[in-house]
Design a protein around this ligand. Structure first.
Ligand SMILES: [Zn+2]
Ligand SMILES: [Zn+2]
Length: 385
């Protein structure tokens, strides 16, 4: 199925402002919200479609990429950040965009569950700090996660006896209590989870001793994560069903791994490029030199031309970070500084004094206090050897 244009989905112009996009999304989300359209597959599709379009168009970086490359520009990123179901959209958007307007509707949607099933486990979030070196190459990470796991003694059921459950008397075993309510958006049939059995339709009569009828206990699990090269701060990886186990056999929540970029001592990241400050000596700048420069993968050499000025920018092609989507490597930009000695021996002082009187050592009169022509990056030269 070919995808619809995101602007078309939200019914806005290509030139629409951020607030136009937001208000248009709000309208669609209200119209197609699952709470207002129970068991309506088409409304759910519309709702997801609008959320996906909003996710892209509300983010200036993603919007720019979409404008240039269309849906194909989004593909890899979508897989990585991808929303799989409506509940994802709630967790990602719930608080920030709907705020007070949708707050409690969202809450209800998250809590809703099939009658008779155990309660779903909650999602877990963990931070994964990565070094720039790890980000440049991609890395496999093993992490230990403390979480609720199924009880071994009752296999998550909450009871070890076959007659351990009785039907709930409050809801007659359906697990839900229906109410009709009115609000400014119209009439809602409000299905609430039965408080007595917490939606399960059954209550435990003879609870398992290990888990006290909960069906789960505190435990730990190891996750192996294959982190692709090129991730950045704020990316996240959702692992379905790796969160807390549900109560009494309910589905497990998700584990959300948030990528964090550790600050680096030597390098500064700028998108996929990496910036490095290189300090050379005054004779190296004047005479030219081959200088070893560290990169995120291995050391490499740059050629310093004779007469190189402080502030000169050198570009080391493809020594940066691979793009998350197309794997194309960024560059390393080297900014050249010239070291001025702060301590001198008698001999060095004598040599410099002698040099100071040479005609080519003093800056020429027309260079004193002169503004450099051209933009900052016009000075970037390619000298990677
Ligand atoms: Zn009940
Ligand atoms: Zn148990």
């Amino acid at each position: 199925m070919s995808k619809r244009d995101y602007y078309e989905i939200l019914g806005v112009e290509k030139s629409a402002s951020e607030s136009d996009i937001k208000s248009s999304y709000r309208k669609l989300a209200m119209q197609y919200h699952p709470d207002r359209n129970p068991d309506n597959q088409e409304a759910e599709e519309r709702f997801k479609e609008a959320a996906e379009a909003y996710e892209v168009l509300s983010n200036s970086e993603k919007r720019a990429r979409y404008d240039r490359f269309g849906h194909s520009g989004m593909k890899a990123g979508q897989d990585f950040h991808g929303f799989r179901d409506a509940s994802d959209i709630f967790s990602a958007f719930g608080n920030s965009i709907f705020g007070d307007l949708f707050g409690d509707m969202m809450g209800r949607q998250r809590q809703q569950r099939r009658p008779g099933a155990g309660q779903p486990g909650s999602d877990l979030k963990i931070r994964l700090p990565l070094t720039l070196e790890e980000i440049a190459t991609g890395v496999e990470k093993k992490i230990a996660v403390k979480k609720m796991v199924n009880c071994h003694d009752c296999s998550g059921k909450g009871t070890t006896s076959s007659s351990g459950f009785i039907d709930c008397t409050q809801c007659g075993g359906s697990g839900e209590i229906r109410q009709v309510s009115r609000s400014m958006f119209g009439q809602f049939i409000n299905v609430q989870v039965c408080a007595n059995c917490e939606g399960e339709g059954k209550v435990v009569r003879d609870p398992c001793r290990t888990c006290k009828g909960d069906g789960r206990i505190q435990g730990e699990a190891t996750e192996v994560l294959d982190i692709p090269a090129g991730v950045s701060d704020g990316n996240y990886i959702p692992l379905r069903g790796s969160g807390n186990a549900g109560r009494r056999g309910g589905p497990a929540g998700d584990l959300i791994v948030l990528i964090e970029e550790k600050p680096h001592k030597k390098f500064t990241r700028n998108g996929n490029d990496v910036l490095f400050d290189l300090t050379i000596s005054y004779p190296q700048a004047a005479l030219g030199a081959e200088v070893e420069v560290p990169t995120l993968t291995a050391a490499a050499y740059v050629t310093i031309d004779p007469g190189t000025q402080p502030g000169t920018m050198l570009r080391m092609r493809e020594k940066g970070i691979p793009d998350l989507e197309n794997n194309r490597p960024g560059d390393q930009i080297v900014r050249v500084n010239v070291h001025v000695p702060t301590r001198l021996s008698e001999e060095e002082r004598a040599m410099l004094k002698k040099l100071a009187n040479e005609p080519n050592v003093m800056p020429p009169a027309d260079k004193k206090g002169k503004k450099e022509k051209g933009g900052f990056f016009d000075k970037v030269k390619e000298v990677f050897t």
